[in-house]
Ligand binder design. Structure first.
Ligand code: IMP
Length: 178
């Protein structure tokens, strides 16, 4: 499948995304209520979401960035997750909030949650994803927080890419299959 910009249909507009992020942030502000949070952004896809989300969080917060990859084609994941760059400070006793772009098969989320549990005795570990594609799930995992459900579409924009492109879009779009 090839995706051209003129073929993209808007799935979630900039306004819908920003409104939903404010709602999620409100939930988190009351859940953490002044407790310190370490927000772990999963590069590259979650970068836009993480940046906009943390701007709406009002507890003491530090940001960390990790990078993972999973081999596969441009529009499907292989099921094998690789830790490309996970350098994290000591997270023992911390409230860890993992920020991801999309939970698809769930393998990345599982890998990350297992990694955190194996390496740290955190005070809490929460998983937040902008999008939740439940229909393609391969492992039994649900994000603690998510922005929107998506059905079995390949989506791009607002951090999500097709072959590295379209991360810079302000909206989330998809190509309608004809
Ligand atoms: P997983 O299958 O849940 O492990 O998701 C792995 C990664 O695949 C996500 O973090 C995204 O970067 C990417 N991905 C999954 N579905 C989509 C999509 O529809 N568009 C763009 N990237 C996707």
């Amino acid at each position: 499948m090839e995706i051209k910009i003129e073929e993209l249909k808007v799935l979630f507009s900039e306004e819908q995304i920003q409104t939903r992020i404010k709602e999620l942030a409100q939930e988190m502000n009351s859940f953490y209520a002044g407790e310190e949070v370490i927000a772990v952004c999963v590069l590259k896809g979650a970068v836009m979401f993480a940046v906009d989300l943390v701007k709406n969080l009002d507890m003491p917060l530090k940001m960390e960035f990790i990078r993972l990859s999973s081999y596969g084609s441009s529009t499907s994941t292989s099921g094998k997750v690789n830790a490309v760059d996970i350098k994290l400070p000591d997270l023992n006793g911390k409230n860890v909030l993992i920020i991801e772009d999309i939970v698809d098969t769930g393998l990345t989320a599982k890998f990350l949650l297992d990694f955190m549990h194996c390496n740290f005795n955190a005070k809490s570990i929460k998983f937040c994803s902008l999008l939740d594609k439940k229909i393609t799930r391969k492992v039994d995992i649900e994000p603690d927080y998510y922005g929107f459900d998506v059905d079995d579409k390949f989506v791009v924009g607002y951090g999500l890419d097709y072959d590295g492109y379209y991360r810079n879009l302000k909206y989330i779009g998809y190509k309608e299959l004809s």
